[in-house]
Design a protein around this ligand. Structure first.
Ligand code: OSB
Ligand code: MG
Length: 367
């Protein structure tokens, strides 16, 4: 591919309901979209970075800045494909979400040209994926039960409850009592605890959770391994795993027995596939996480979630769990599943009129 320029477009996407986690409350997504324009066609991607550096150190203004100043200028002028993007960006440390967006946009352009879908390219083993939903922290337990009831009625096959100190054992017990032992249930602490809380977290053991996601701090790999010995609930890492090397370290340390794979967090779909391959070789189940993506990010995530090692339902919810109007044709759950797009590239694109409506800024970076 020969790139002629790259558009960095910002859109404002109000959430249908506030989403509260242990690191803050989101009411709207300020999303950076990357559009790569080549002599042979375009490619789209979405940057997962949020407005503030709370989930991780990246944030959307910073991602746009590093893309403009360092990452985009480092791309070769000619003969670009997804693999060359990865190599060209290697000298720069960190900034995985910014890197992922750039690599993914190039991969989309590349696959559109050859007519291959993300699913086919990545190695999808099925044509639809089971979907879970991530449920934020609520003010009251009755409010939580109403929300979970609505999602279960919509067909979601797995419920993930966000937890934090003061909102953990009681909400989990209430959901178990109301919906029974057969409901696939897991929790996500977003790094809100320390090893001192081990005995408290062990109180979750009787509830038969699929996993507890990221109980301790991002760089507490050794402490997660210690915690794993004290809990019966399997530990899943999210924030701690920023690369295949981290995944290898976590597996050999015994820091986790499940991995949440978010392509953005690990620098792209190629690295995400490496983590999938590694985990699969070790018998470690993986699942596809989410970052409240629009249809652009979701399309690629659903393709990844169709790989054979993704044996647990992902946070790949339908468009309407997040947004009243998505920027792509909406992803709609059927029998608790989303179909893997089969069109070229990510298999979807922004609807021009919706995109125009939600755009707040656009920057063109010529080559
Ligand atoms: O920790 O998995 C997380 C959303 C934003 C940032 C971090 C996380 C989440 C979610 C929701 O849990 C995932 C989704 O439905 O997109
Ligand atoms: Mg998480």
């Amino acid at each position: 591919l020969k790139i002629s320029g790259i558009e960095l477009r910002r859109i404002a996407m109000p959430l249908v309901a506030p989403f509260r986690t242990s690191f803050g409350v989101q009411t709207s997504r300020d999303v950076l979209l990357v559009r790569v324009v080549t002599s042979e066609g375009e490619g789209w991607a979405e940057c997962a970075a949020m407005s503030e550096p709370r989930y991780c150190s990246e944030y959307v203004d910073g991602a746009q800045d590093v893309l403009r100043k360092f990452l985009i200028p480092a791309l070769p002028r000619d003969g670009v494909d997804a693999a060359t993007v990865g190599r060209a960006l290697e000298p720069f440390t960190g900034h995985h979400m910014a890197k992922s967006a750039l690599e993914t946009a190039v991969l989309d352009a590349q696959l559109r040209l050859t007519g291959e879908s993300f699913g086919s390219y990545l190695g999808a083993a099925r044509d639809r994926v089971p979907c879970g939903v991530s449920v934020g922290i609520m003010d009251t337990v009755p409010q939580l039960l109403d929300t979970v009831e609505r999602y279960v009625a919509e067909g979601y096959v797995r419920i993930k409850l966000k937890i934090e100190p003061g909102w953990d054992i009681a909400p989990v017990r209430a959901v178990r009592e109301r919906f029974g032992d057969d409901l696939l249930l897991q929790v996500d602490a977003n790094a809100a605890y320390t090893l001192v809380d081990a005995q408290h977290l062990a109180e979750l053991d009787p509830f038969g959770l699929l996993l507890i996601e990221q109980p301790l701090a991002n760089d507490d790999m050794v402490q997660h391994a210690q915690l794993a010995k004290l809990l019966r609930t399997p530990i899943c890492l999210d924030e701690s795993i920023e690369s295949a090397a981290h995944a290898a370290a976590a597996i050999s340390l015994g820091a986790c027995s499940v991995i949440n794979v978010k392509p953005a967090r690990v620098g792209g779909y190629l690295e995400a596939r490496r983590i999938h391959d590694l985990a699969r070789a070790h018998g470690v189940p993986v699942w596809c996480g989410g970052m409240l993506e629009t249809g652009i990010g979701r399309a690629a995530n659903v393709a990844l979630a169709a790989l054979p090692g993704f044996t647990l339902p992902g946070d790949t919810s339908g468009s309407h769990r997040y947004f009243a109007t998505d920027i792509t044709p909406p992803f709609v759950l059927a029998d608790g599943h989303l179909e893997v797009p089969t069109g070229p590239g990510i298999g979807t694109e922004p609807l021009a009129d919706v995109l125009k409506e939600v755009t707040t800024a656009s920057e063109w970076i010529p080559f």
